[in-house]
Every structure is written in structure tokens, then in C-alpha cells.
Design a protein around this ligand. Structure first.
Ligand code: URP
Ligand code: ZN
Ligand code: ZN
Length: 466
């Protein structure tokens, strides 16, 4: 049976046009002004609706052990929330424990996700130590389609690697065709500041921000970019939050280096005022980097609009307020870092970006789908509305209004970081490989529908300086 989407307006990263779409099996097979349905075809009437290539979230932490606990959302709840919110694919961080072979971590992540994912999924591999064993394992992972590596310059004593380990990782990645991404904050600065604040009796969650200053982020982006320049390789900066970090990205771009910046809705929409006047509830927004001020929010929107930020992902890393975040009641340094967002990204970025005129519809398609697919080796299977591509669509009603609430959220976590945010323009249908998997926030798919995405190698030659 075929699926025909009629009367909608298609928006890709480069084009906007009215057309019908025919999907046969899992692929797009025809796009034309008018396509007539055959007997038995499923028809979606998209009159008044906007059709985008399926949104892709390349930064999630599902079912991940972290800071003495495990993230609240697993692949089942996380991918259902993603599907209902208009996301059709994600890349999660397979994160090994110290000493654990990378291959074992990947096997474990396949076990977590296999048969329990409503949407397609791939994995980045986190490198939390570098030695001969780690180096020797990387080529095999790349052959399996794990073509991106994540390093942390923060979380000293846990995930952080030093500059020597980082440069060796960059070199191995370059040799075998992987892209390295980096959590850019100076872990030494953060550890020093947290220790100092706690020693002074400043233990509440409102001090988290002071222990993660913007200079620590700017310094680490600078250093990461310098080490990538030395290794002669591109670099992807995750969850960029502030001007100090962005300025370093701009300097590297001006120097003709290939550097990709990512940001997340929390750094576009939430202000650091949330850390004050909320008592211990401020722990809900303890994440790294921390929320910045409203001026930085605007700077980040401008950077998306102007092409300095290439991707908007979520960094979905959910912990319950009761029973998880409260591990840090005696010290902010013990609050598990992270917040939910996977189900809300599409609606938030559309409502506050497109509908408010901050970014165009084509830019929305670019940063939510096409760039993530291109950068992480999934294009044109994903990230495109073209014949032969997967029939993945995020279908938005620009007139639909709503409000974000933990009460209606599909996340398996007891709060929503964007509680009360009004929406104007919402995802109303999500199509994954030719199947309607969500409609009006109701999940219609199957929990074993999602397939593993074996991604292509990263090819730096495809990326000249932007
Ligand atoms: O606070 C955050 N961002 N938690 C998730 C882990 C990471 O740093 O990405
Ligand atoms: Zn991070
Ligand atoms: Zn993260």
C-alpha cells in the first residue's frame, strides 16, 4: 500500500513549493503537483500544512548511567516522545564505563535500543580514555556505521580526557573517517570553582552557573579548535550556549577551518533567571553548560539564522526531580546534570523561531534535519525530501496552538523544563519510512519500528570552509 500526502507545502533547506508526495514502501517515489490516489492507497490531506524532512535529533542520552544514576528516559519512552513531537531519527551517545571495551558499550546500546525504538536510531561512541586498546577498536566501529566520536573536556574524574588524549582521538578519527564532537568546557576550571564555592558554603543549585562560567566554555572551544587545527581535522561543538563559545567558532570559521556548532532549545529560550528564586527547584535546570542570560539567548538565535550554528539538537538527558536531582540537596556539584527536551524541540523551535520570524522555514528544515543528516553521514537517505529518500516527514500546522506541560508530555520524567511555554505552530503528523507514526500528539506507531542507522563515514572533502 502506498501513502500519498496531498495539498501540502514542502519546505526543504533550499526550496519551498506546493506538491503532492507519493511514498511506496519506505521511500519517496514521486513528487508532483498532483498525484492521483489508487485503490487502497492511504491519503493524508495536508491542506494548510507544512511538510518538512523528518526532524533529526543528533544529541540524546537515553538509558545512560551518569553521576551515580541512570537517565529517566529509555529508548522506549524517549523515542515515543520524539515521534509524538515530530522527530523521526536520533543519534544517541553510547557511553562506555572506564576500562570497558568500546565494542561492549556498543553491544549494550544495541540491546537498549533494539526492538525498543519507535524511530530510527544511530550511535556516537564516547571516548572517555585513550590508549592502544581504544585506538585499535575505533576502525571496527566505523565499519559498523558508528562514524562519530564524542569527547568531553569537562567532567573531571569521570568522562573528561586530557589534551593529549584528545589530539590522539582526533588523529585516529581522521585516519579512519569519523567526525569528532566535543563537550567544550574547561574541566579544570569547573572543578576548581565548584570546590571553592562548596568550601565557602555556597552549595545550592543557584551556584551551578557560577561554577560553569562562559569563559570556561570559550576557552575549551578555542582549545578544541586549536587541537583540531593541529590534527588537520574538522570539529563539531555540542550544545553551544554563549557568545564566548560562539566567538571562537566564528574565529575558526574565518580561519577557513571546518567547525560545526550545535545549540539546543534551552540555550535559545531559557534564561539563567531560573536559577534564582526557585529554591532547590533550580536543580531542574542544572545542566552543562548552564543556562545563560537573555542576551545570549538572542545571540544564539542570530547565530542559527546567520549560519554559525549548523544544528539544533536537544541534549535530552532527563532525571526526575524527586529521586534523582535531589541527590544534590547538600551540594549542587552532586546534582545529575541534564534536562529533558526530545519531545518538545520541533514545536519550540517552530513556535519561537519560525512563527516569531527569527529563522526562515528553510533554515528550520536545514538545522533540524538536513544539516544533522549531512554532517552525520545519513544524507540523502535522511534529511531530504527527494525521490529515493526515506519517506520521513514532520508535518506542521502553523495555526495550531498549545502549551507545554509535564501533564501531557510523553517523557518519563516528573517535570518539563519548558513548563507553560505557549506554542503557536505544532507538529500534527509524523511519518517514518512511509508510516504515520504519530498524529496530534498520539503515538500510532510500533515500538519496534525503529531501525539501526548504519551511517556513512565522515568525508572532510565534502566540507570546505563555510
Ligand atoms: O548537562 C548535560 N548536558 N548533561 C548531559 C551530558 C552532557 O554533557 O552532554
Ligand atoms: Zn555535554
Ligand atoms: Zn549531552
Amino acid at each position: 500500500m502506498a501513502l500519498i500526502i496531498k495539498n501540502g507545502t514542502i519546505y526543504t533547506a533550499s526550496d519551498s513549493y506546493r506538491a503532492d508526495i507519493l511514498a511506496e514502501g519506505e521511500k519517496i517515489t514521486h513528487i508532483a503537483g498532483k498525484i492521483t490516489a489508487g485503490k487502497g492507497d492511504e491519503v493524508i490531506d495536508a491542506s494548510g500544512l507544512e511538510i518538512y524532512p523528518g526532524a533529526i535529533d543528533v544529541h540524546t542520552h537515553l538509558d545512560m548511567p551518569f553521576m551515580g544514576t541512570v537517565t529517566a528516559d529509555d529508548f522506549e519512552s524517549g523515542t515515543i516522545a520524539a515521534a509524538c513531537g515530530g522527530t523521526t531519527a536520533l543519534i544517541d551517545f553510547a557511553t562506555p564505563a572506564k576500562g570497558q571495551p568500546l565494542g561492549d558499550a556498543i553491544k549494550l546500546w544495541h540491546k537498549k535500543a533494539g526492538g525498543k525504538s519507535a524511530i530510527d536510531y544511530g550511535f556516537h561512541i564516547a571516548i572517555i580514555e585513550f590508549n592502544e586498546r581504544v585506538a585499535s577498536e575505533i576502525p571496527a566501529l566505523i565499519k559498523e556505521g558508528i562514524t562519530s566520536i564524542k569527547c568531553f573536556l569537562a567532567y573531571k574524574g569521570a568522562l573528561m580526557i586530557n589534551d593529549g588524549e584528545f589530539i590522539q582521538t582526533l588523529e585516529v578519527a581522521k585516519r579512519h573517517g569519523a567526525l569528532v564532537s566535543v563537550h567544550a568546557e574547561n574541566g579544570e576550571m569547573l572543578t576548581y570553582l565548584a570546590g571553592k564555592l562548596v568550601a565557602e558554603g555556597k552549595t545550592g543549585p543557584e551556584y551551578h552557573e557560577a561554577s560553569h562560567p562562559a569563559i570556561a566554555e570559550g576557552e575549551a572551544v578555542h582549545r578544541g579548535a586549536a587541537l583540531a587545527k593541529l590534527a588537520g581535522t574538522p570539529l563539531y561543538i555540542v550544545h553551544t550556549s554563549c557568545k564566548e563559545a560562539l566567538d571562537e567558532i566564528k574565529i575558526a570559521m574565518a580561519d577557513q577551518r571546518v567547525i560545526f556548532g550545535e545549540t539546543c532549545p534551552q540555550y535559545l529560550l531559557l534564561s539563567n533567571k531560573l536559577y534564582h528564586g526557585n529554591g532547590f527547584e533550580a536543580a531542574k535546570w542544572v545542566m552543562s553548560p548552564p543556562l545563560r542570560d537573555g542576551e545570549n539567548n538572542q545571540i544564539m538565535w542570530n547565530a542559527v539564522r546567520d549560519g554559525f550554528i549548523k544544528v539544533i539538537a536537544t541534549d535530552h538527558c532527563s532525571f526526575n526531580f524527586k529521586g534523582q536531582k535531589d541527590a544534590g540537596i547538600s551540594s549542587f556539584a552532586k546534582i545529575p546534570n541534564g534536562a529533558p527536551g526530545i519531545g518538545d524541540r520541533v514545536n519550540l523551535v517552530y513556535s519561537y523561531g519560525v512563527a516569531q520570524g527569527k529563522i526562515s522555514r528553510n533554515k528550520f528544515a536545514e538545522v533540524m534535519s538536513t544539516n544533522p543528516a549531512k554532517i552525520f553521514g545519513m544524507f540523502p537517505k535522511k534529511g531530504s525530501i527527494a525521490i529515493g529518500s526515506d519517506a520521513d516527514f514532520t508535518i506542521i500546522d502553523p495555526a495550531k496552538k498549545g502549551k507545554i506541560s509535564v501533564k501531557t508530555s510523553h517523557h518519563k520524567v516528573d517535570y518539563n523544563s519548558f513548563e507553560g511555554f505557549k506554542l503557536h505552530g505544532m507538529n500534527v503528523m509524523t511519518v517514518s519510512r512511509g508510516r504515520l507514526i504519530a498524529r496530534d500528539d498520539k503515538f500510532l506507531g510500533a515500538i519496534d519500528h525503529g531501525q539501526y542507522l548504519k551511517r556513512n563515514k565522515f568525508n572532510p572533502d565534502e566540507w570546505s570552509a563555510q
